[in-house]
Design a protein around this ligand. Structure first.
Ligand code: SF4
Length: 436
């Protein structure tokens, strides 16, 4: 990195990990801006004298990426290219004492619930009145919409409760207020996120109120799409299905990480459900919300996962034909319940199983995409790239799902606009179309 004149008190915020971390960085930047501090998100100019890294501590790869990023900026600080370096987020929450010892060239480490303290060392005061206000880092037509923090679930493999603490829902009024502010800024799509969105309300209202929340969000003018992520199968609030079926603003889309389906593995994972119950729930969802696109995430190579357990999973993926599916290999995480088990599935076998699942899924995805050829679909334009406008249908979330490619040469479209597209061709994970 070439020597540069560092701008006085320019703060560069770096975000690693999931959409919830992006949300937290946006809140941090909103607070900094309200304190008249110059903050940028992942500035390429390297001219900031202060760097804040919002880390991820979820699984091995993500942890390594966070550590590499801290080391990179610690080196930059050593070389005089950065004056102050602060680290926050999940990795810092989980491993603060070790990090302080191993990478001392960081001015201070903060946890996931230390925003006021972090702001203090950045020369800012925490402004309560800014509830829901943030500096968006996503394209201005969609925004991540975090409805709660933390998680009360006991999933054996998961370190998130160690880093994010207990489940805390944000009151409906505050969320509606935030949605109105976002709509006023031009946001049209809300990506509803949480660790477990279906748990919403149980803590502050004594009952699940996701359906009520969605109903209120649908009343916010300017918001056209509301997309539900991170639903949990056990105790799924069925009243949500009615709202999804009746409210056109709610995308015909549901992300529900299921992790596995073989009963012995589900039991060991402490998921509180079974193959029979999960299958019944998914079929009920498809019946009550016709045409819904279901996304799920699976883990392969969990301790004790036998060849038989894996083939139960693979056969079930073939049978259920998810519209969208992702797979992770099991990561042996300290202080989780599963850490006491032997991580007995060899790494290459974990990889082999993950590849087999995705081979099956890509064929299913191609078949389902080909069924859309000739159909006219509402598409939200996200960006322009390589001679195409790139957009998404209501069946696709950002970053992880299919995209629709529309040639720039034949059309004039604006980023952030909805348009109607006739699908002319399809590949495994992409659709091609023309504006009609
Ligand atoms: S619901 Fe999700 S975040 Fe919560 S413990 Fe289970 S896997 Fe982790």
């Amino acid at each position: 990195m070439k020597a540069r004149t560092l701008k006085k008190n320019k703060i560069n915020v770096i975000t690693l990990g999931c959409s919830k971390n992006i949300y937290d960085s946006e809140v941090l930047m909103g607070q900094l801006q309200a304190n008249n501090l110059d903050a940028t998100h992942e500035s390429k100019k390297d001219d900031a004298n202060i760097v804040v890294i919002n880390t991820c501590g979820f699984i091995d790869n993500a942890k390594q990426e966070s550590i590499d990023t801290i080391l990179r900026f610690a080196q930059a600080k050593h070389n005089g290219l950065v004056e102050k370096l602060f680290v926050t987020g999940c990795l810092s929450e989980r491993y603060k004492p070790d990090l302080e010892k191993e990478i001392p060239n960081v001015d201070q480490y903060f946890g996931t619930r230390d925003l006021p303290r972090l702001l203090k060392v950045l020369g800012a005061d925490y402004k309560h009145e800014l509830v829901g206000e943030r500096l968006l880092t996503t394209p201005s037509h969609y925004a991540y919409f975090k409805i709660s923090e933390g998680c009360d679930r006991p999933c054996s493999f998961c370190a998130i409760p160690l880093m994010r603490g207990k489940h805390i829902s944000t009151p409906i009024e505050e969320l509606v207020e935030s949605a109105k502010k976002l709509a006023a800024k031009g946001v049209k799509e809300l990506m509803v996120i949480a660790q477990d969105s279906t748990y919403y309300g149980l803590d502050i209202y004594g009952k699940r109120r996701l359906a009520d929340l969605l109903t209120e969000l649908c009343k916010v003018e300017g918001i056209e799409w509301i997309r539900l992520h991170y639903a949990f199968p056990t105790g799924f609030p069925e009243d949500v299905l009615e709202v999804m079926a009746n409210e056109p603003k709610i995308c015909n889309y549901l992300d529900m990480p299921l992790q596995h389906i073989a009963d012995p593995v589900l039991k060991s994972m402490r998921r509180g459900t079974s193959k029979e119950k999960t299958t019944k729930l998914l079929n009920q969802i498809k019946e009550r919300v016709p045409g819904i696109a279901l996304r799920t995430t699976l883990i392969v190579g969990y301790p004790g996962e036998t060849e038989a357990d894996f083939s139960v999973l693979l056969d079930w993926v073939k049978e259920m034909r998810f519209e969208r599916l992702g797979v992770f290999t099991y990561s042996h995480e300290e202080n989780t319940h599963a850490y006491a088990l032997e991580d007995d599935v060899p790494e290459e076998e974990k990889q082999r199983r993950a590849e087999l699942v995705m081979e099956v899924q890509q064929d299913i995805s191609l078949e389902k995409n080909q069924e859309l050829i000739g159909k006219k679909l509402k598409v939200l334009i996200d960006r322009k790239e390589d001679g195409n406008y790139v957009g998404r249908t209501e069946f696709d979330s950002v970053e992880v799902d299919n995209e629709v490619l529309i040639p720039v040469s034949e059309n004039y479209l604006r980023i952030g606009d909805f348009t109607t597209v006739e699908i002319t061709d399809a590949e495994h994970f992409d659709l091609f179309g023309k504006v009609v």
